[in-house]
Design a protein around this ligand. Structure first.
Ligand code: ATP
Ligand code: MG
Length: 880
């Protein structure tokens, strides 16, 4: 047996091996030590022939799921080795084989997956000669499979890859060896995963081989239909994933029915910093409980948290994807907006549909489990119950006007076969286990019914036996019982032993009773046991059969599941729009933003006790496109900038927006540079991060982009910062011409309005009442020139002595700086003009003249040195 173990282990050296022994999965050697430590179970040992005592630990097979998930979540791969023949029928050693390798990206255990998040496995292919990156992603638990090519044609493939990986948060990654070997690409991977992932077989990435694997898997002659026929790296990445899955799962994954190729320009570009700054799915403050909730969480305090009123897990996942990837195609955006508008209008239909959706389980994942052969009876019932609501939903959508809703209605397929099969075969309340019988409904299989009849007939006979034997023997206290060791027996107490008939065979003696069996009893018992055994096997076989018949409908079920997810996401946006008083924006091709009465979707929902004040925004088009926003601390500058960006983003994801009206010219990318965010773990200083983010913006923004710059240049000395901010602003206005909101405390920047076409000053004012300030929160034309930092500090509760002292210092500084400003002006004229005067207008000084007149050729070194000393002395004494 140890030889068998070693052979299997050698085939999967990088995985922990779960080796099936009886009712346990055992781990041996080093695996046992890791298992015991990570799972907190007891490490024992086992004597083997050659190796002596080896470390061992085990877990009961029926509870393996939980242990598996724990190991996989910690990043281990687990190879599961099962008995592949019936131990009772095996001659000699039972044959065992690896039936599945569970990896972080191939988990199907429902409890271990983020409910409203995806669990992606990604593959990175790379062609060093063209520098094109292939990136395929697969959510094994739902069947979503997509691929894309990044870079090439002067595009920044590595930047795109970094953005994608940050967005996908893959649970597992495989890479082509060439990808890990390229230094720049290696750095991107190391940043995303902590280290460069181990390479997978190069063979699997050869475009021809990958294409063969894919066409074979989908059963199509070419990859034309999947849009990647012309994209070898996209094919390489996708094909390698299928190869990897076949290898780890033992079979081609049947629920992966289709592949989509993403082409560039189907979604709005959002870099990781912007996703973070706008708090799309995670709140900014790191370390807060919410941000630690991880993948798939919808923390409040985020855009997703506000908009996510989905009622199904699949709907939640889709909405998350919509938030992270707003669209850029006008048609597609308007299609979603139409559907959302329609559902906002029809409150009753919306309510009915949402109620119906609540009965829908995670069909994508249930189907995946059916295909992989890991679904239980309850999973199939859940699938049936989910599909049962489909006809009513289809009816409700029958009169829908918008094309998206009509498409949903057409895609809804109740897949009657499933309901029919499950309804006919399975009992209503099946047990959790599959191998203990009790699954199959009466009347479905004659054989099952006969066996059940035999088993229950036998049991009834035994139940009647007690009364019969009491009558026959005259022993009033005679009892029939059952235990694990002896099976059925007849028990007679000691005083009555004399009455026991001769054909009773003694089996066991207790303190005051004896237990007997009769040949007839044993015969009945054998019938019961035999029937029960056969019944369990038969029921299991029937179950497996209907599970695979359902798996054959995976494509239809999944299409329905996806349609329901889209419906749920639309309903969620409509519900949010209705509850929070949003309006449906107009989305147009011409650049420019017009927002009336805009609010920040997240801040307005925080209960701060302060009513949220709406503000307008008009930028781009015929108006100025660059707004310099000034205002005191706490006035609301950052909030305003973000709200504008969020409204554009919401419009493009197809959501209604927190405004009374909005017209949004489609934005290709949103860039943000907000506040100071340290990235010490990345080994980069605050200022360097800020400048590299700014460089990224200047390098990639276009006329169609929306840029939010919030206090750039703050991380360095005032003059450096101001100069940088100024130069950046000029560059954007003159060259990039993107719509820009620029919040700053550098009041000097308000001068840009007069010097540069296209710049406008906006400010958020406060009212002073004595020493106090009142925030008005209204954005208006013009600039303000005070920060009110001390008043804000007082609101924040700084001790009054400190406030008083600060006030005093501020006064001194302001007076001094007025004086200093004059001094500086004078200094400046001297620094520039002054030197020039002495050099060119007043002519050379006496000393200079003297140096010019020296006859160096006829001077001794000592003479020269003496002269130099004399000149120096005269200079030190003062101007001549
Ligand atoms: N329009 C608004 N209506 C109501 N409250 C608002 C509004 N805008 C901002 N606030 C509130 O004011 C607080 C401060 O806003 P914000 O951080 O945007 O100020 P700021 O001008 O950027 O300040 P600082 O200069 O210190 O960065 C917010 O947390 C929010 O609670
Ligand atoms: Mg701010």
């Amino acid at each position: 047996m140890m030889k068998q173990y070693q052979r299997l282990k050698a085939a999967h050296p990088d995985a922990l091996l779960f080796f099936r022994l009886g009712d346990f999965y055992e781990m041996f050697f080093e695996d046992a030590e890791i298992g015991a430590r990570e799972l907190e179970i007891t490490l024992t040992s086992r004597t083997t022939g050659a190796a002596g005592r080896v470390p061992m630990c085990g877990i009961p097979y029926h509870a393996a799921g939980g242990y598996l998930s724990r190991l996989v979540e910690k990043g281990y791969k687990v190879a599961i080795c099962d008995q592949v023949e019936d131990p009772r029928k095996a001659k000699g050693l039972v044959r065992r084989d690896i039936t599945r390798v569970v990896t972080p990206g191939t988990l199907l255990e429902l409890g271990a997956l983020p409910e409203k998040g995806n669990n992606y496995i990604v593959s990175v292919a790379y062609d060093p000669s063209t520098k094109i990156v292939g990136l395929a992603r697969l959510d094994f638990s739902t069947g979503e499979f997509r691929t894309a090519e990044l870079g090439g044609n002067g595009r920044d493939g590595l930047g795109e890859l970094a953005d994608e990986l940050a967005c996908l948060e893959p649970a597992e990654v495989i890479i082509q060896p060439a990808a890990g070997e390229d230094p720049a690409l290696g750095r991107v991977l190391a940043r995303a995963f902590g280290s460069v992932p181990a390479p997978y077989r190069d063979q699997a990435y050869r475009p021809a081989e990958a294409a063969r694997v894919l066409t074979e898997h989908f059963g199509t002659p070419s990859l034309e239909a999947y849009g990647c026929a012309e994209s070898p790296m996209a094919v390489a990445a996708a094909g390698s994933l299928v190869t990897y899955l076949k290898e780890t799962q033992g079979a081609a994954p049947a629920h992966i029915r289709s592949l989509r190729t993403d082409t560039r320009g189907t979604s709005m570009g959002l870099d990781p910093a912007t996703r973070r700054n706008l708090e799309l799915v995670e709140p900014l403050r790191p370390g807060s409980a919410l941000s630690r909730a991880g993948r798939g969480s919808t923390g409040s305090g985020t855009l997703l948290g506000t908009l996510d009123l989905t009622v199904t897990a699949a709907g939640g996942r889709l909405l998350r994807a919509w938030v992270l990837r707003p669209l850029v195609d006008g048609e597609a955006i308007r299609e979603r907006l139409d559907a959302v508008a329609e559902m906002m209008e029809h409150g009753l239909v919306r309510a009915d549909l949402r109620t119906a959706l609540r009965k829908v389980y995670d069909m994508e994942r249930l189907t995946a489990r059916a295909s992989a052969g890991t679904a239980g009876a309850r999973d199939l019932l859940a699938l049936r119950d989910s599909l049962a609501v489909v006809p009513a939903m289809r009816d409700a959508l029958e009169r829908a006007g918008s094309s998206l809703l009509r498409r949903v209605a057409r895609a809804l397929d109740p897949v009657d076969e499933v309901g029919d099969l499950v309804g006919r075969v399975l009992v209503d309340d099946p047990p959790a286990g599959l191998k203990d019988g009790g699954l199959v409904r009466e009347g479905y299989s004659e054989e099952v019914d006969t066996l059940r009849g035999a088993a229950s007939g036998g049991k009834a006979w035994i139940a009647a036996l007690e009364a019969d034997e009491r009558k026959r023997t005259g022993i009033k206290s005679l009892k029939v019982g059952h235990n694990q060791v002896f099976g059925y027996y007849i028990e007679v107490t000691r005083p009555n032993l004399g009455l026991v008939p001769a054909h009773f065979e003694r089996r066991q003696t207790l303190a005051n009773a004896e237990r007997f069996v009769t040949p007839e009893l044993k015969e009945r018992e054998a019938i019961i046991l035999g029937a029960e055994e056969k019944l369990k096997e038969l029921e299991y076989a029937i179950f497996c059969d209907i599970r695979s018949r359902i798996a054959r409908e995976a494509g239809r079920i999944q299409a329905t599941a996806q349609a329901l997810a889209a419906l749920d996401a639309v309903l969620s946006l409509a519900e949010a729009g209705h509850r929070y008083g949003y309006s449906v924006p107009e989305v147009v091709e011409e650049p420019g933003l017009v927002i009336k009465g805009g609010r920040h979707p997240v801040v307005e929902r925080l209960r701060t006790g302060e009513e949220f004040v709406p503000n307008d925004c008009t930028l781009g088009g015929d108006d100025a496109s660059f707004a310099v926003i000034t205002g005191p601390n706490m006035a609301g500058k950052s909030t305003y900038c973000r709200q504008v960006a969020l409204i554009a983003l919401m419009a493009q994801m197809g959501s209604a927006v927190p405004a009374t009206a909005a017209r949004i010219g489609i934005v290709d990318r949103v860039f943000t540079r907000i506040g100071a965010s340290d990235e010490l773990s990345g080994g980069r200083s605050t200022f360097l991060v800020e400048m590299s983010e700014t460089a990224n913006i200047l390098g990639h923004a276009t006329r169609r982009s929306l840029i939010v710059l919030d206090e750039i240049g703050r991380g360095t000395s005032t003059y450096d910062g101001l100069s940088l901010a100024w130069a950046v602003a000029e560059h954007i206005v003159r060259r990039v011409r993107a719509i820009t909101l620029f919040a700053t405390h550098y009041h000097e920047l308000t001068e840009l309005e007069t010097t540069l076409e296209g710049v406008v000053n906006w400010s958020i004012s406060v009212r002073e009442i004595g020493d106090d300030i009142v925030f008005l929160r209204k954005v208006s034309r013009g600039a303000v020139d005070r920060s009110y930092g001390i008043q804000v500090a007082r609101l924040a509760g700084l001790p009054s002595e400190v406030i008083e002292r600060a006030r005093q210092l501020l006064h001194e500084l302001e007076t001094a700086s007025r004086g200093r400003a004059e001094a500086a002006a004078a200094l400046e004229s001297r620094a520039l003009g002054g030197v020039q005067v002495s050099l060119f207008e007043a002519g050379p000084s006496d000393i200079e003249k003297e140096i010019a007149g020296l006859d160096l050729v006829n001077m001794t070194p000592l003479g020269a040195l003496t002269k130099l000393h004399e000149l120096q002395e005269r200079l030190r004494k003062g101007p001549s």
